[in-house]
Design a binder for this molecule. Structure first.
Ligand code: GLP
Length: 249
């Protein structure tokens, strides 16, 4: 694991954007795995700036998002579809046919999940996966449990996640209790991973990700088994890591 500690949220976002830009410049038809949540918003803003400056071309880029809430339609402002268009796709030259996001309103969820995985495989797999992290160590919506999904599935959200994400909804009762999420297999097959984290409330999850046991109680700890993970985190999120460790991993 490569651990890059930045001064603040903005420099975290800029560093991550440079890495994503490098990926797209070297391989214009890159397949990106994208995340939602408040953490990657700064990264998306930096990418939009680079596009507007003429430095980045998304016309051949293919994207797959990690997850989507159950039973929210694409035009619901709380859906991850809406989030992605609002925060990124509406501002760059992505081709709509190159964007894939799981359909939270699908009539057959098993089929939706199977076809999503097949579409990722048919594109040759994910070149670069962007991840945020839940306070409980979830990645995508792979929640801590006695076992984890390898494959993409409809999953139950934990109370921790429902509480954490209720800030985006008018009331906690409105937070969906289920979501569609790519499985751990999809994430761990990505050739390269960037995990972003900012703020003290992520420090514990980051410590467990980096130096905890690999356990299904902390899904992000499985990233220790991946050969190319870049943690780009701000000082606050890194505050529980010991300095020795940062140098030695
Ligand atoms: C949601 C998403 C995750 C994301 C997490 C953290 O639960 N499913 O992919 O990493 O939120 O969100 P935030 O960045 O807002 O802390």
């Amino acid at each position: 694991m490569r651990i890059i500690v930045t001064e603040d949220y903005q420099s975290m976002s800029r560093k991550a954007a440079m890495m994503v830009a490098g990926q797209i410049s070297l391989k214009p038809d890159s397949v990106l795995g994208l995340a939602t949540g408040s953490t990657p918003i700064g990264l998306y803003q930096e990418l939009i700036k680079m596009y507007q400056a003429g430095d980045l071309d998304f016309s051949k880029v293919r994207t797959f998002n990690l997850d989507e809430y159950y039973n929210l339609s694409a035009d619901d402002p709380q859906s991850y579809h809406y989030f992605m268009y609002d925060n990124l796709f509406n501002h760059i030259n992505m081709k709509p046919e190159n964007v894939s996001i799981l359909d939270g309103m699908a009539s057959d969820f098993d089929r939706e999940c199977r076809e999503y995985e097949k579409a990722i495989r048919d594109c040759g797999g994910i070149d670069l996966q962007i991840l945020g992290i839940g306070v409980n160590g979830h990645i995508g919506f792979n929640e801590p449990d006695s076992a984890l999904n390898v494959y993409t599935a409809l999953v139950d959200l934990t109370d921790d996640t429902i509480n954490a994400n209720s800030r985006f909804f008018d009331s906690p009762d409105l937070v969906p209790r289920k979501a569609l999420s790519v499985g751990m297999g999809v994430i761990l097959r990505a050739r390269r991973i960037i995990l972003l984290a900012s703020g003290e409330n992520k420090a514990e999850a980051i410590r467990e990700t980096v130096s905890g046991l690999v356990t299904t109680n902390t899904p992000s700890s499985f990233l220790q088994l991946h050969p190319d993970v870049n943690l780009i985190i701000d000082k606050a999120a890194a505050s529980l890591l010991d300095g020795e460790l940062i140098r030695s991993v």
